[in-house]
Design a protein around this ligand. Structure first.
Ligand code: HEM
Length: 210
């Protein structure tokens, strides 16, 4: 999976918004706006995940210990205040992304692609973002960077190795068309994520220019 989609990852990583984020150069409001958009994406991912928990394909990757919505709620309370629900809304690219995720309720192999793209990313590059954000904005896992805190999983390298093994096993069971579908859907998931970041980056650049 990684081999088939890594060039899409490089685009995501090189993105202006991601670079500013990694350099700790992003204003706190832009970080908060990203967390808010994550909230809508994970609400969709986890709602569909619950509905597919018993599915023979998608059920293999659904791990309730990964669920991020409770952590995102804590982060949003820290970043926006107790009334955060009234203060955030999905952007157009986030709506396109969540609609695509919702469609995978009928497409379990496609759901696996979306699951992989987000959670493996959070368990990998996300851990760098966490350190930068904690330093840049003075946040911690009690509120602000709880999203990146996966201590409930125990060892992250061990969890990731197990997750990859589960994906590899699944791959062997799928026919060629289904395998191709998962790879295509993963590339699409990267593009949808990039569109969300590009849009956030455009408003950040517009603010910076004022
Ligand atoms: C802020 C910029 C980013 C950085 C610095 C970054 C960095 C990394 C690093 C270092 C890894 C581990 C590679 C390895 O295990 O050898 C990784 C893996 C991954 N990242 Fe990112 N990443 C970024 C953005 C993203 C975005 C936007 C997505 C998609 C939403 C994403 C999805 C993934 C996935 C799915 C993996 C797992 C690949 C695999 O091992 O199969 N990353 N990232």
């Amino acid at each position: 999976m990684k081999r088939a989609t890594w060039s899409a990852h490089e685009d995501a990583e090189q993105h202006g918004f991601s670079r500013a984020l990694l350099e700790g150069a992003l204003p706190r409001e832009s970080y908060a706006a990203m967390v808010a958009q994550h909230y809508f994406a994970y609400a969709a991912l986890e709602e569909v995940g619950r509905s597919l928990a018993a599915d023979p394909v998608a059920g293999r990757v659904v791990h309730p210990e990964l669920f991020r919505v409770p952590a995102l709620e804590r982060d949003l309370t820290a970043l926006y205040g107790a009334d955060w629900r009234e203060r955030i809304a999905p952007t157009a690219p986030t709506r396109a992304y969540t609609e695509r995720i919702e469609r995978t309720a009928e497409d379990p192999a496609g759901y696996v692609a979306h699951h992989y793209t987000r959670y493996l990313g959070d368990l990998s590059g996300g851990q760098f973002i966490r350190r930068v954000a904690e330093r840049a904005y003075g946040l911690d896992q009690r509120g602000g960077t709880a999203f990146y805190d996966f201590s409930a999983l125990g060892s992250l390298p061990r969890f990731k190795a197990r997750y990859r093994a589960q994906l590899d096993a699944l791959e062997l069971e799928l026919d060629a068309a289904a395998r191709e579908h998962v790879v295509d859907e993963t590339r699409l998931a990267y593009r949808l994520n990039m569109a969300v970041l590009a849009d956030l980056g455009a408003s950040f650049a517009a603010d910076a220019a004022v």
